[in-house]
Design a protein around this ligand. Structure first.
Ligand SMILES: Nc1ncnc2c1ncn2[C@@H]1O[C@H](COP(=O)(O)OP(=O)(O)OP(=O)(O)O)[C@@H](O)[C@H]1O
Ligand SMILES: [Mg+2]
Length: 272
């Protein structure tokens, strides 16, 4: 049974989409079938993986509205074991159109249910809001991965999300767990980053991912080429760090022998 991971944080621009794209790609590169579902009307995950805008293409909106099945919405990407269900800006309408709908928080969960056997990981990229779209993602998910920047008020911003996770756990999705908190755009050289990391470590304990993602220009450039960082520049620190994060997460769930190790270039260089 596949594992569904929602990448969520209602704060904008913290690296959700960059994490969703590159984590999903790193899972696929580790030879596990992976699906990325773009749940954000901004559609950054879709365009960042090279999909041109096409209102006719079946997308997450159709899934939520019950107008199409998930298997019809799958798009194959360049990486062998990676698929995407794209988004479109009309997805914003689902927030309103579903207000009075039956099982409105379960739409995505129900739609993805037939795919859970087929993919070992399903990664959901959420919009920067605690709206019905994010709610659908959190109800569909087994766990939530929270990207965060190491800023002074980092913890304050996160409490609303943690409260929402708690509410969902006590009602709509009792199985929802916290996959981890991952620091993004991290600059370990600053004192502030060190202090905030120490505080987050105290607060989240082992839920704070051992891997943090450095600020890296290649991660920002790759989407404009429609590629994940590990295709655009596998030797970049950004690509390497997401490969490491994927390994860290995979190690929680899959027995090591079923996973093809993805050697980062640095590791290859070392062993050469
Ligand atoms: N580690 C990184 N190094 C350099 N740039 C980064 C990194 N992570 C993200 N970025 C850049 O920061 C910006 C915001 O990142 P991203 O789109 O992933 O955030 P988001 O949380 O998905 O935003 P939104 O809330 O709008 O959906 C983008 O321009 C992205 O390229
Ligand atoms: Mg985004």
């Amino acid at each position: 049974m596949g594992r569904v991971i929602a990448v969520a944080n209602q704060k904008g621009g913290v690296g959700k989409t960059t994490t969703a794209i590159n984590l999903a790609s790193s899972f696929a590169a580790a030879e596990v079938n992976t699906l990325l579902v773009d749940c954000d009307p901004q559609s950054n995950a879709s365009s960042g993986l090279g999909l041109v805008k096409d209102p006719e293409r079946i997308n997450t909106y159709h899934l939520l509205m019950g107008a199409a099945g998930a298997d019809e919405a799958l798009c194959k990407l360049e990486l062998e074991q990676l698929w995407i269900i794209p988004s479109h800006k009309n997805l914003i309408g689902a927030n309103l159109e579903l207000v009075d709908a039956e099982r409105r928080e379960f739409r995505l969960r129900d739609a993805l249910a037939p795919l859970r056997e087929r993919f070992q990981f399903i990664v959901l990229d959420c919009p920067p809001a605690l709206d019905l779209l994010t709610l659908n993602a959190l109800v569909a998910a087994d766990s939530v991965l929270i990207p965060m920047q190491a800023e002074y008020f980092a913890l304050e911003g996160i409490s609303e999300l943690l409260d929402t996770v708690e509410r969902i756990r006590s009602g709509l999705n009792p199985e929802l767990s916290i996959e981890g908190v991952v620091l993004t755009m991290f600059d370990e050289r600053t004192n502030l980053a060190q202090q905030v990391t120490a505080e987050l470590k105290r607060f989240f304990g082992e839920k704070l991912c051992a891997t943090s993602i450095p600020r890296n220009i290649r991660l920002a450039e790759a989407p404009s080429h429609g590629k994940p960082a590990l295709v655009y520049d596998v030797r970049s620190k950004g690509a390497e760090s997401y490969i490491r994060l994927a390994k860290e997460i995979i190690s929680h769930y899959l027995p090591a022998e079923t996973v093809e190790p993805v050697a980062t270039e640095t590791e290859m260089d070392k062993s050469a």
